[in-house]
Design a protein. Sequence first.
Length: 110
Amino acid sequence: MASMIVISTTAIPDHVGGALSRWLIEPCPGLFVGTVSARVRDELWAAVSASLGDGMAVLIHPADNEQGFTMRTSGQRRRHVVDFDGLQLIKFAADTRGTGSDQEEAQVNL
């Protein structure tokens, strides 16, 4: 059964975007949307994640869970998907750019 998928990409090689555009539409740069089968989705994701270079990509597709979708990520990114009691949440990694002894890290209390 076909289902809608969304793939968001950043700094990917041109040939990866070309391969995605054969199966999906690109309504804005780096955002690919379409309706494909699970097999095609998995094959597209395998090709994308194997060819990213310095880029990154996120795949969102429907799933039978509380949120109704699943996220997959690949490449270098600051945001990481973590499982929290069955929910997929986003965890921000520490920014290692520009860390010096004179800089203070801001801490947010929730």
